[in-house]
Design a protein around this ligand. Structure first.
Ligand SMILES: *Cc1c(COP(=O)(O)O)cnc(C)c1O
Length: 411
């Protein structure tokens, strides 16, 4: 097995390519302090403060959607969305295995059954050509995750959905501002879910939202996250069953202010990421992901590329990442195939969903080869905040570190 020898490498005691940290996340200043203290001084910290409603309106508009309901987090948003489009206990929902656990666990938490369908090898997004084979008479919806902030093939996915009368839920937790054919994601399918958790491109520590163009679905999202109330009803009138998943005014106020920063940050991420792609295209063994022509805006929550050990003298990806980290370029190998998570292998956890399902679901037998390869040997992630710097020098350091490691393995 290849080990890294060159004494110039930081992992062997050499000088790291990069000594200074990457840009900090989150970005905030006195205007955020002001927004938060204004919310505090209003004494209306929950319902009635107005900031959440204002943000809902602004965010719906921002995502090219008609309606938005803010909720406590992105996981809750998926639970609400699955219920809001009418998926019932025991019904099946198609999900990709290459995503954060919430995409699938939220389905199980509302007693619906996630069915894993493999991803595309060059985008790591759900592969629309593989959906049809997974559809049964219990399938009701598809969750299209826009992984890393790159919109999934929404033309392909909505076409299959239409043909089989399925709902499309877009998991946009990583895709604020992302666009498919000039239209921002979220309301292209039936409903879109967002996260404002601290790592995301728009954040208030925690938080989430459901956006849609469909008034009926919006009303259900509103009721489901608001203890089953209806907008025209009384405080103690609960025609529907719902959770309390309301956001606080502090989150709403902070998000409203943070939203103003997004356009400039999106521009920086795009410029830096596209510059990095041009550089990596020149280095054998590190292939940037394909960005479909119909993706008119990539959110770059993550910058992913595919590592090929054979171009690095057989150096395993784990050692490549260790060497990168030593050079001052923090990166990671990302997810494991979701169906391998212990959470999905404990039948007690999801007994209710499966009692109502029409066929046994054994995740031990699931194997998605493209996802397996991405997780086991190929994927390398760089985090969004590395891309908000003012010029290309941060990117040049990433390129230099990769070049340095490659040189040490191939001479
Ligand atoms: C972050 C994330 C979620 C969950 O959002 P939380 O706010 O952390 O609950 C769901 N899906 C994806 C793809 C995510 O990245």
């Amino acid at each position: 097995m290849t080990t890294l020898k060159g004494s110039e490498l930081a992992i062997n005691g050499g000088t790291p390519v990069r000594a200074k940290p990457f840009p900090k996340w989150p970005v905030w200043d006195e205007t955020d302090v002001q927004a938060l203290t204004d919310a505090l001084r209003s004494s209306q910290w929950g319902i009635g403060g107005g900031a959440v409603e204002k943000f809902e309106k602004a965010f719906a508009e921002f995502q090219h959607a008609k309606f938005c309901s803010c909720v406590t987090n992105g996981t809750a948003a998926i639970e609400v969305a699955v219920r809001a489009v009418g998926v019932e206990a025991g019904d099946e929902v198609i999900v990709p295995p290459y995503t954060f656990i919430a995409t699938a666990s939220a389905c199980l938490m509302v007693n619906t059954v996630p069915v894993f369908v493999d991803i595309e090898p060059d985008t790591y997004n759900l592969d629309p050509t593989k959906i049809e084979a997974a559809i049964t008479d219990r399938t009701r919806a598809i969750v299209a995750v826009h992984i890393a902030g790159c919109p999934a093939d929404l033309d392909g996915i909505t076409a299959v959905a239409k043909q089989h009368n399925l709902k499309v839920i877009e998991d946009c937790a990583q895709a604020h501002a992302a666009e498919w054919r000039g239209h921002r994601v979220g309301a292209i399918g039936d409903v879109g879910t967002f996260s404002f958790q601290s790592s995301k491109n728009l954040n208030s520590g925690e938080g989430g939202a459901c956006v849609t163009d469909n008034e009926e679905i919006h009303q259900r999202c509103w009721s489901l996250h608001n203890v089953g109330r209806i907008p025209s009803g009384q405080w103690y009138q609960h025609p529907l069953l719902g959770w309390n998943m309301r956001m606080t005014q502090f989150q709403g106020a902070l998000l409203l202010n943070q939203l103003q920063r997004i356009p400039a940050q999106v521009e920086r991420r795009t410029a830096n990421a596209e510059y990095l792609t041009r550089q990596l295209d020149q280095i054998p063994g590190v292939r940037p992901m394909r960005v479909d022509q119909r993706v008119t805006r990539h959110a770059y929550h993550l910058y992913m590329f595919r590592y090929n050990a054979s171009e690095f003298g057989g150096l395993p990806r784990a050692d490549f990442i260790k060497a990168m980290n030593a050079e001052g370029i923090t990166c990671s190998s990302g997810y494991v195939p979701l169906y391998k998570e212990k959470a999905f292998r404990n039948p007690d956890v999801y007994a209710a969903a499966f009692k109502l399902a029409s066929r046994p679901m054994d995740y031990d037998k699931v194997f998605c080869p493209v996802c397996e390869k991405a997780c086991a040997e190929e994927a390398v992630w760089l985090y969004q905040a590395w891309f908000i710097g003012e010029d290309h020098r941060d990117m040049d350091d990433i390129v230099a570190a990769i070049g340095k490691i490659r040189k040490a393995t191939t001479r």
